[in-house]
Structure formats: structure tokens, C-alpha cells
Design a protein around this ligand. Structure first.
Ligand SMILES: *Cc1c(COP(=O)(O)O)cnc(C)c1O
Length: 357
């Protein structure tokens, strides 16, 4: 795409480590829009990236740089998706990946990707925040292992392409962007992308940025909801949306700046609202996302009620990761189900379902 290559400030001589990331669909979600009281809503479906989340956009750049500087291994702390992505791109680059995960809190699909691609896995008692401490420390102490969490600016450079694509696909600038917020890198990166397009004279206005956090892991939302001036971390973050189960987001200052500059806000949504939004998106629009991604959909109605979103606002919700990432969450609900012994009984069951028997 036009802005893509020129906008990523990768040094000369770097050979891109790529799996064809980006270029994700922007889907017009008419029924969800109606329910949320919006005229126009689009879902940027990041689940279609090579490893199933937007993390691939940053990882392609990060691993390209790791290879350029001759790193022997990359290391990431992760709630799951960063490790999936790191595992695949490291494999592609022919370097080792070491992933540090909160024990027992990583969704099955994500863990299986790290295993498949051959990562070295370290499970730590505690949360993502504990895992990240290890990365910060090792990054300072040795030059051989390259840290690729979202404090690494190359990751955010890659992720800003979400903004470029939205403008290219919509052929205009939306009024509002709604993003699930965990470590707060992505919302900062997307804002950077829009600001660049404006600086270059490609667009003439900017969207408002809205963040959605899970209620049990909402240190940034708390600042906005209760008007707290100072940041304080959440010590034992808890939510079904494991990708955003982060109590001490490293990029909080950048995210707060982005949201304030843009005229947006950050709100929190309950696990119940998240699960309902996941189901609505899947059943009304056919878009399968993991729970964290559904936080942006869950936030729409509240943002409308609070008057942050107007009916006429052209809104884009970022669906950050694929439903298959978390098969347990996806299958945690009821559908009509028959068990039959043979094909004749199966035929009878079908006829019963369609109401002919
Ligand atoms: C990483 C991730 C997030 C959170 O993004 P941050 O940049 O950490 O705020 C949200 N949803 C999914 C599916 C993710 O993988």
C-alpha cells in the first residue's frame, strides 16, 4: 500500500521478515451499529493476520530489526498473542524465541502456537506484569537477547499501519476509533498513524480515540472515569479477556496523551458485557473474535449513553484477535444440540430443526 514502505523508518540493509501481515478487512457491521445506536460502524478484523492478531504488524518490524542487529534470540512477556506472533516471526527469521507467560492464564490457542513454532516457554506465577519485569531486567543486562514487548518502539511503528489502512479503506477519516486496551501500545500506535497522515497532508482531520478496558484490569479507565490525575496500577488484574489482563500497562503515559489530545476517553466494561458483545458480533455479523477484542464492541453502547459517541459518528471498532485464540471462551455457551446413533436419526433431527416433523 502507498504509505506502507515509506512510513516505516527501517534502516537501509534490513531484510523484511514478513508473513504477509496487515491488509485486514474493514467490515460494515450494520446490525451491531443499529443496536449501539450508531449510523455507521465498521469492524477492523485483525483476527485475519497470519497468527490471528494485530501483534503481527509490530512483530514483522521488530523481528526484522532483531535480525539486522544480529540478535541470537528474542524475548517477550505475553498474555498470549505477543508470544504467538514472536514464535512465528522468530521461526521465519531463523532466531530463537523465548516467551514468558503468566502460568495458567494463557488461552489454549495462543499457547499452542508458541509450542508449534518451537518457542522456549517460561511460565511465571503471577500476572503479565511479573513476566514483563523479567524482560525489562534481562534487556538491561545482556545485549544478546532482543526484547520485543511494546516498549520497543519498532512494534508500535508496525502497528500504526492500522490507521493508514482504515483511511485507505474508508476513503475518509472516521470520527471515532474504539480500541481494547491492555498494555496500551496499540491505541498509542494507531493515534501516531493518524497524526502522521495529517502531518503529511493526506488527511485534514483526526478521529477521537476511545479505549476499552476490562473492569478488573482498568487502571487507565479509572483515571478517566473518576478523574484521577495520577496513575496507580491494579495489583491483581482479573478478567476473562486474558489479552487485556494487565494491571500496570507500560505505555499508559502515551495512551493517556493520545486519548486526551484526540478528545476521547477510556472506559471499562464488565466481563459479562464482553461475553455478550463477543456473542452478538459472532451471531449477528459472523465475525469471530476473542473476548478482549469484544471489549471495543461492548464499549460502544456505553460511549453512546455517556454522550461520547453521537449517532452520526462514523465509528471504527478494532477487533484485535481471532475467536480461535480462546476456544474455551468461544465454546462456553449453549447451542441446540442432538446426539444421534446413526444417519437416519441425524436426518430426523435435521427435519425436527427445520420444523417438518
Ligand atoms: C495485545 C492485545 C490487546 C491489547 O493491546 P495493547 O497494545 O497491549 O493495549 C488487545 N486485544 C488483543 C487480542 C491483544 O492481543
Amino acid at each position: 500500500m502507498w504509505a506502507y514502505r515509506d512510513a516505516l523508518p527501517v534502516p537501509d540493509g534490513a531484510e523484511p521478515v514478513s508473513l504477509g501481515e496487515g491488509g485486514t478487512p474493514l467490515i460494515n457491521a450494520i446490525k451491531i451499529a443499529e443496536r449501539a445506536g450508531l449510523k455507521e460502524l465498521y469492524v477492523k478484523y485483525e483476527g485475519t493476520n497470519p497468527t490471528g492478531s494485530f501483534k503481527d504488524r509490530g512483530m514483522t518490524v521488530g523481528v526484522t530489526i532483531a535480525k539486522l542487529v544480529g540478535a541470537e534470540a528474542i524475548v517477550v512477556a505475553s498474555t498470549g498473542n505477543t508470544s504467538s506472533s514472536a514464535a512465528a516471526y522468530a521461526a521465519r527469521a531463523g532466531i530463537k524465541s523465548i516467551v514468558i507467560l503468566p502460568k495458567g492464564k494463557v488461552a489454549k490457542g495462543k499457547l499452542s502456537q508458541s509450542i508449534l513454532h518451537g518457542s522456549f516457554i517460561i511460565e511465571v506465577e503471577g500476572s503479565f506484569d511479573d513476566a514483563l519485569k523479567a524482560v525489562m531486567k534481562i534487556a538491561k543486562e545482556t545485549g544478546k537477547v532482543y526484547p520485543l514487548n511494546s516498549f520497543n518502539p519498532w512494534r508500535l511503528e508496525g502497528q500504526k499501519t492500522i490507521a493508514y489502512e482504515i483511511v485507505a479503506q474508508l476513503q475518509r477519516v472516521p470520527d471515532a476509533i474504539v480500541v481494547p486496551v491492555g498494555n496500551a501500545g496499540n491505541i498509542s500506535a494507531i493515534w501516531k498513524g493518524f497524526k502522521e497522515l495529517k502531518e503529511w497532508g493526506i488527511i485534514s482531520k483526526l478521529p477521537r480515540m476511545y479505549g476499552a478496558q476490562a473492569k478488573g484490569a482498568a487502571p487507565i479507565a479509572r483515571m478517566f472515569e473518576y478523574g484521577q490525575r495520577d496513575f496507580s496500577p491494579v495489583n491483581n488484574p482479573e478478567t476473562i479477556a486474558t489479552a487485556i489482563r494487565i494491571g500496570n500497562p507500560v505505555n499508559w503515559p502515551k495512551a493517556v496523551r493520545a486519548v486526551r489530545e484526540s478528545g476521547g476517553t477510556v472506559i471499562s466494561v464488565t466481563d459479562e458485557e464482553i461475553m455478550k458483545a463477543q456473542e452478538d458480533l459472532a451471531r449477528l455479523e459472523g465475525i469471530g473474535v476473542e473476548p478482549a477484542s469484544a471489549a471495543s464492541i461492548a464499549a460502544l453502547r456505553r460511549l453512546r449513553e455517556l454522550g461520547h459517541l453521537r449517532e452520526s459518528d462514523i465509528t471504527v471498532a478494532i477487533a484485535t484477535g481471532h475467536a480461535l485464540k480462546d476456544p474455551d471462551a468461544a465454546s462456553s455457551r449453549q447451542v441446540p444440540k442432538y446426539s444421534v446413533k446413526n444417519h437416519e436419526d441425524a436426518v430426523k433431527a435435521i427435519l425436527r430443526v427445520i420444523g417438518h416433523a
